[in-house]
Unconditional design. Structure first.
Length: 172
């Protein structure tokens, strides 16, 4: 678990991911937080469902490194409520690269929580000797996500029709 001034960021185990999929109120009870149905950005609902299947299968395959393959729940400490998730797309590859993604309940946008969570997750990840860089993709028109990445020292590498591609070198 990671902790910041306002947040707890908890990597979900394989068993917790199954609760996330099949019984969200039970997951939040397990985490000791209040349950509230998440209000996803309609444009990302398909991405969340796809990510959930990735997390479930890969935490089962990589139990000793599950933190690199799971959703980390972002929890507001004071309110005791989960407001989103963040995580990597796997352990760094042969070039030392991994991808990060994140999403917040729409009710919590614009308050700096994504920036705070990403800062904490990067600090954790830098402890891995294999990590050399972190990449991220954000929709071209999603300026809020771009600001989160910029505030965490990511550099835009290129754009295509739908996505802006970002990179953070960890200077190892």
């Amino acid at each position: 678990m990671l902790e910041t001034t306002r947040l707890k960021i908890v990597p979900l185990t394989h068993a917790q991911l199954l609760l996330y999929k099949n019984d969200p109120p039970a997951l939040y009870d397990n985490l000791g937080v209040l349950y509230q149905a998440r209000q996803h950005d309609p444009a990302t609902i398909g991405d969340v469902a796809e990510a959930l299947e990735f997390w479930i299968s890969h935490t089962l395959k990589h139990p000793d490194q599950y933190e690199w393959y799971t959703n980390w729940e972002i929890i507001l400490k004071k309110e005791r409520v989960a407001i989103g998730g963040i995580g990597f797309a796997g352990f760094p590859d042969e070039q030392g690269k991994t991808m990060v993604g994140y999403g917040l309940d729409m009710r919590y946008h614009g308050k700096g929580y994504a920036t705070e969570a990403l800062t904490a997750l990067i600090a954790w990840a830098i402890g891995c000797p294999a990590l050399k860089s972190i990449v991220a993709d954000a929709p071209v028109l999603h300026s809020a996500s771009h600001r989160v990445l910029i505030k965490n020292s990511f550099i835009e590498t290129h754009r295509d029709e739908t996505l802006t591609h970002w990179r953070l070198d960890t200077n190892k």
